[in-house]
Structure formats: C-alpha cells, structure tokens
Design a protein around this ligand. Structure first.
Ligand SMILES: *Cc1c(COP(=O)(O)O)cnc(C)c1O
Length: 437
C-alpha cells in the first residue's frame, strides 16, 4: 500500500539492546543516525519531478490504471503521500516497524480504545494527561463500558510491582503509562512496568505516552512498550502551528487493527498538517538538545532563587527520579558524566514558597513575564508559562490536585529556544515585579 522502503528506512540508534535488529545490518548499508533519518526518511526526491521536498498532495483521490490497480494510493483518508512520509519518518526515529498519523493526540487515544472489546479493563498511571483521563472516564466508560483503575506507578520497584499485581484483572487489555507525568514531572520506570505486565498479563498491551520527551530523549519500544503515543502538536511539530497525533508499534497485530480503525473512524491529519509536521521533525534533534540545555539552565537558576521552594526537573540530581532519568534516557541523549545534572527535556515545574492555597503570588509572577507567554500547551520554539491549578488542570478536583501536588503555588514552564539570558532575566524580572525577590 505504501511506497517501497528506501536506504534510509533504518531502525538504528535505539536506546537499549532489546531493539529490533536493523535492516541496515542485514543488507550491508550503513546505519544512519537520528538526524540523518529525520531529514531523509519520508523525504525521498519525488520520482516525477525530482523535487527534494515532497509536494503537498491535496488530491482526495488517485487514478487507477485498471479497476483495483493503483500505485499505493487510492483515497486520501486511507492513505495520503504526506501522511505516509510523516508516518515512516516518525517510525524510523522511534525504531518502530509501523507509524500511524492521526488528527490529534486525543484521536490516537480514542482510536486505540476503539480497538478494545466492550467491558475491557485499563490500568492507567494516576496523573495521566487530562484529556486522556476525560476520554477514559467520560467517554469510553459510557460508550464501551470500559473500566479504568488509576494506579500510582512511581516509587520503589517492589511497591510498584505490588500495586500493578493488585490492579491487573483477567480483562485488563491495556496498561497506560505517561512519563514524565504532567505537571509534576514524576518518572515511571517503563521497563519495570513492562516486565511486571508481561509476567502477569501477557495479552495486555503497554501503551506509553511519550509526548513530553519526544523520540530524541526516550524510545519506549526499546524498554518494552507495545505502543508509543505522541501528541505531535507538541515537540515533534515543535512550532505551535499544527494539532496532530501519532502512534508507533512493532506489533503487526496492533498496526493492522489501528490502520483499520484509522481508516474506519477517519480521525486522520490533513496533507498540509502532515507536511508541516514532517518539516518540524527534521530539526527535532537540534531543537530538543537546545530545549534541554535551556531547561536545565532555567531549573538551575530557579533552584537557587530565594522565592522558590522546590524545582521539579528530572535532569537535576535533587529530583526523586534522577537515577531513573539516567537509566531511561535514550543513549544518544545520555550525559557523558557519570553523575551531575543533565538535559532531560524542556519542561520545568516549580513551587513558590507561597501558601499553596493562595493563587495570588503565582498569578503575579505570570502577569509579569514578557518573553514567557502565558498560555497552555508546550513543546514549541517559544517559551510558555502557566498555572496548572487554574489552567491545564482546572478540571481536576481540589482534593485530587492536593494529592497530586498541583496547588496554586505550582508553576509550569515550557522552555523555548529564545536566548537563555533573556529567559532567565525575564523570570528574574517577574519575581521582582511580584515582590518575591
Ligand atoms: C497535548 C497532549 C495530549 C493530547 O494531544 P492533542 O494533540 O492536544 O490532542 C496527550 N498527551 C500529552 C502528554 C499531551 O501533552
């Protein structure tokens, strides 16, 4: 159905030895690195025009040479050249056999759940993305009678294993993990969860939402995940101008199911969005390295600020899951030094020393930044700042927010690619303007 793979369809550079063997090793071609694949897979020169960049294929339908005899594309919902390019590029970056593009990250969640029989059971990480929580509890629960148990999957290995054993049932079809979590940036040990699930519920699929780190920092398939989910809207497109999602997997069975549902439900991305997302993905390595370095600099600055009580950044040695961050980070993004701080994504959260029940101090800070834009979302080149308790996590009850540590003194920033001196000066000025320094 899709064009023949090319020289660049390599599955290399993966984080762990459990990665599937590369076709490169098998056919004698060189193993290409992350950015080479990001730039070339899916962007092969056009056979007709030799254009280096794929044209945007807006046609909804494709001429057949005889009935049922078509050159890979038939009708644009089923397959589109730009979506296909994007899907192949992303699959290559995740070391996956299959990639599937969707109209949003939320559409990926809905489509995966549509593959489940009625009355299935899901075990989910407790502080899952709000939209995923909403779909589980307000949509799938009523339309498919799907039951979800939310489980604390962080912390000590034996305790995590015990909680998983308690939660898993015979009808558990999916274990849903998100790491780091949002907005408190806790880490879940993907390999640990995978090992426990494979031993107690071998038929359940482990799904990992890897949106916060992108394939540059994390490749869950190499750690035992069955399906990786991305909101392309965030780092992979990276320019805050596309809403899109994707799933990748090495399982032929899951790929077939999802491909069928992608076409049947039709929550597909447009050709233009697929084209933009492929363009964004080409610079993923450069952007994510820079996001990480600047986020580390912001986190370090905040750690020594007198108005800040606690900084949540897994790359800092003070973070509870710092050791796990070192183990779980992809080899390509791993720090050279055996200890000390390192770049681990572009998201930083921090708690002000103010009363957690009082929203005024944080609101004052957020009112006084000029480079950081007050807005939801993340992963774009521009820095964003927000107050989760009243914005992204406003729908979570105050009791649950308190349990999750999401109160009015917790601020989340998506560190963009502006000059780091400007970003730090901006935060410094906001603290002063809020009378916190
Ligand atoms: C944004 C986001 C989603 C949802 O993606 P959309 O593209 O907004 O539908 C899912 N998971 C995480 C972690 C996200 O940040």
């Amino acid at each position: 159905m899709v064009p023949a793979p090319t020289l660049f369809d390599e599955r290399t550079d993966a984080a762990a030895s459990t990665a599937p063997a590369t076709s490169g090793a098998a056919n004698g071609t060189a193993a290409y690195g992350f950015s080479t694949r990001a730039i070339h897979v899916g962007s092969e020169p056009d056979a007709g025009t030799s254009a280096v960049i794929p044209a945007i294929s807006l046609s909804t339908t494709y001429k057949q040479d005889g009935v049922g005899n078509f050159k890979g594309f038939e009708y644009s919902r089923s397959a589109n050249p730009n979506r296909d390019s994007f899907e192949r590029a992303l699959a290559s970056l995740e070391g996956a056999k299959h990639g599937l593009g969707f109209s949003s990250g939320s559409a990926v969640t809905a489509t995966i759940l549509a593959a489940l029989p009625p009355a299935s059971h899901i075990v989910s990480v407790n502080d899952v993305y709000g939209g995923t929580y909403r779909y589980f509890t307000k949509v799938a629960s009523t339309t498919q009678n799907i039951n979800v148990d939310f489980v604390e999957m962080g912390g000590e290995a034996a305790a995590v294993e015990e909680r998983l054993r308690d939660a898993v049932k015979p009808e558990t079809k999916i274990v849903w993990v998100e790491t780091p979590t949002n907005p408190t940036l806790r880490l879940i040990d993907i390999n640990l969860v995978a090992r426990v699930i494979k031993s107690i519920a071998p038929s359940a699929a482990l799904v990992v939402d890897s949106t916060f780190l992108s394939p540059w920092y994390q490749n869950p398939l190499t750690l035992g995940a069955d399906i990786v989910v991305h909101s392309i809207t965030k780092y992979i497109n990276g320019h805050s101008d596309v809403v899109m999602g994707a799933a990748v997997t090495n399982s032929d069975e899951w790929a077939n199911k999802l491909r069928f549902l992608q076409n049947s439900i039709g929550a597909v991305p447009s050709a233009f969005d697929s084209w933009l997302a492929l363009r964004g993905l080409k610079t993923l390595a450069l952007r994510l390295k820079a996001h990480g370095q600047s986020a580390l600099a912001v986190a370090t600055y905040l750690s020594s600020h007198p108005a800040v009580d606690e900084v949540l950044y897994p790359g800092l040695p003070s973070h509870a899951s710092h050791a796990l961050a070192r183990r779980q980070v992809s080899k390509r993004a791993a720090p050279k030094e055996a200890s000390g701080p390192f770049a681990y994504g572009g998201m930083v959260s921090f708690r002000l020393k103010s009363d957690p029940k009082d929203e005024r101090p944080a609101k004052e800070v957020l009112k006084n930044t000029h480079v950081f834009t007050l807005a939801e979302s993340l992963g774009g080149v521009e820095s964003l700042i927000e107050l989760p308790s009243l914005m992204t996590h406003a729908s979570v009850s105050p009791e649950d927010r308190e349990k999750l540590g999401v109160e009015h003194n917790l601020i989340r920033v998506s560190v963009g690619l502006e000059d780091i001196d400007d970003l730090i000066a901006d935060l410094d000025g906001a603290f002063k303007a809020a009378n916190l320094a």
